[in-house]
Design a protein around this ligand. Structure first.
Ligand code: NAD
Length: 264
């Protein structure tokens, strides 16, 4: 593997994964609409709007593996979601199809299944149940990934990321937290597996409260090593419990499931 492309390089996960990804290949291409900062040794920095098909084509040229973090990462207007997540993800898979079929890690989200209640134990075969237009756009990306594998042989792993931040921030994240180190180890497993076909993987660390079952993706050899448990006492002290019938507690998508329509 010579060149890795990471979209969304100026964002939260882009910043966290920049150093680990630099160690996985001689060249790391960093792309974003926003400023990703100056290129360090072994890096290429590209400014690219994912909604611009020609620019996405140029961004994908010559890459062997893509980590697709770019896009609107929370709920927004349909127009913003359409351009960044729906059109943007289509442009990316289409560019990959025409340019050597690099494997793609698609940053999906727990919000693709956010209307399941938190007592549910889900695996990748559970029907989609998005909790927002943002979640719907991730369902689109997962369907696109499935189609591009079945019809064109573009390999992908759709990672339904829980909450990836340096530390969990609230009670919900005690269940959904994915440590940056576990994410970096996951990316390495995905990049180096002999074959991934089309796989859906849930991204959470080895937390005490587990909502998701990754046993069908055991072939990847990814075993999360971190846990939110050391943060529990401080989080419980700082965030009083909400009533158990509050939609933000009841549903896996938390506040996304509880929120009204963004444009109302
Ligand atoms: N951080 C998490 O816990 C989490 C959880 C679930 C899913 N995800 C997904 O992982 C990815 C990265 O998340 P993040 O937390 O780093 O989000 P972020 O918002 O911090 O970063 C997203 C980046 O994408 C860029 N972007 C947005 N629209 C673009 C466009 N049209 N063209 C080019 N670049 C564009 C933004 O400039 C930004 O730098 C997102 O796709 C998000 O939906 C993240």
């Amino acid at each position: 593997m010579h060149r890795i492309l990471m979209t969304g390089a100026a964002g939260g996960l882009g910043k966290l994964m920049r150093a680990p990804l630099r160690e996985m290949a001689p060249v790391l291409r960093l792309a974003d609409l926003a400023d990703a900062g100056p290129a360090q040794e072994g890096e290429e920095v590209v400014t690219c709007d994912l909604a611009d098909a020609a620019a996405v084509d140029a961004m994908v040229e010559g890459v062997d593996f893509i980590v697709h973090f770019g896009g609107m990462s929370v709920e927004n207007t349909f127009e913003v979601i359409l351009q960044s997540n729906i059109r943007g993800t289509y442009n990316l898979f289409e560019a990959a199809r025409r340019q050597g079929k690099p494997r793609i890690l698609f940053a999906s989200s727990n919000h693709a299944i956010g209307f399941y209640e938190r007592e549910a134990r889900l695996d990748a075969n559970a029907p989609l149940r998005p909790d927002s237009l943002y979640g719907v756009s991730k369902c689109f990306g997962e369907a696109l990934a499935s189609y591009y594998w079945d019809k064109f042989g573009v390999e992908s792993v759709c990672v339904r990321i829980g909450s990836c931040f340096p530390e969990p921030r609230d009670r919900r994240m005690l269940a959904t937290w994915l440590s940056p180190a576990d994410l970096a180890r996951m990316i390495r497993c995905i990049a180096t597996a002999e074959r991934v076909g089309h796989t859906v993987l849930f991204g959470a660390s080895a937390n005490r409260e587990q909502w998701w079952d990754n046993s069908h993706a055991a072939y990847l050899g990814w075993t999360p090593q971190d846990s939110s448990e050391p943060y529990r006492a401080a989080i419980e002290a700082a965030h009083p419990p909400k009533p158990c019938d509050d939609p933000a507690v009841r549903y896996q998508g938390g506040g996304f499931a509880a929120a009204g329509h963004f444009e109302d």
